[in-house]
Design a protein around this ligand. Structure first.
Ligand SMILES: CC(C)(COP(=O)(O)OP(=O)(O)OC[C@H]1O[C@@H](n2cnc3c(N)ncnc32)[C@H](O)[C@@H]1OP(=O)(O)O)[C@@H](O)C(=O)NCCC(=O)NCCS
Length: 180
């Protein structure tokens, strides 16, 4: 079934758009090599630009194969300079999201703005009933961001996700969702 999610979304301060190969260098400079940003993520900080290029390739394949929609967050006046990403992984009637923002933009409510806009559009479509996200139990900023974005905490999932920057063993996650 074709994916009816929009190719772009506009919020008050941001545009969410598809990645381009040329974005890799910007993302590498902005955050993929930042250990503070990567701390609670499922990847280790990148040490080589080629790792970020490989990730952008993976995102582009996700778009081409209708597996996922990785939207880059760009300011309206700097469409070529991404500052973060909201990745929507498509699972039948559910969309699982992941999100990350360059550190210097933290604390201004940008990610809740993007997550609210995305989940409202997704849940207005007839094929999606649920948008969900998990975060590590200690990632308080992420949990707060989900709450500010209208997500409800549904529970705690034990031994759920390996966060390689914290432990080689799977850690507990919190599950949040919005639904229609
Ligand atoms: C999580 C993240 C996307 C939030 O984006 P953001 O645009 O900065 O979100 P906000 O501006 O709403 O700020 C986060 C909220 O968490 C709160 N917060 C931040 N650190 C916190 C902490 N250690 N404990 C409790 N609350 C915290 C902030 O005070 C703010 O809430 P408030 O507006 O009520 O004061 C961003 O911090 C980030 O990219 N982190 C690294 C990547 C990551 O962890 N992604 C999520 C993986 S599940």
């Amino acid at each position: 079934m074709p994916v009816s999610l929009p190719k772009q979304l506009h919020t008050e301060r941001l545009m969410l758009r598809a990645p381009r190969p040329s974005d890799a260098a910007h993302l590498f400079a902005a955050y993929t090599q930042d250990p503070e940003v990567a701390r609670y993520m499922t990847w280790r900080p990148h040490t080589l630009l080629s790792q970020t290029e490989g990730f952008i390739d993976y995102c582009l394949r996700g778009w081409a194969e209708d597996r996922s929609r990785a939207y880059l967050l760009v300011p309206h006046d700097h469409d070529d300079v991404p500052i973060g990403m909201l990745e929507a992984r498509l699972q039948s009637h559910t969309i699982d999201i992941g999100y990350v923002l360059q550190r210097k933009y933290w604390g201004a409510g940008l990610m809740p703005e993007a997550m609210r806009a995305f989940s409202e559009v997704a849940l207005s479509l007839p094929e999606y009933f649920r948008v969900q996200a998990t975060c590590d139990v200690e990632n308080a900023a992420s949990a707060r961001t989900l709450e500010k974005s209208g997500f409800v905490r549904e529970g705690r999932l034990e031994r759920h996700t390996i966060i390689p920057n914290l432990s080689p063993e799977p850690r507990a996650s919190l599950m949040y969702a919005r639904w229609q």
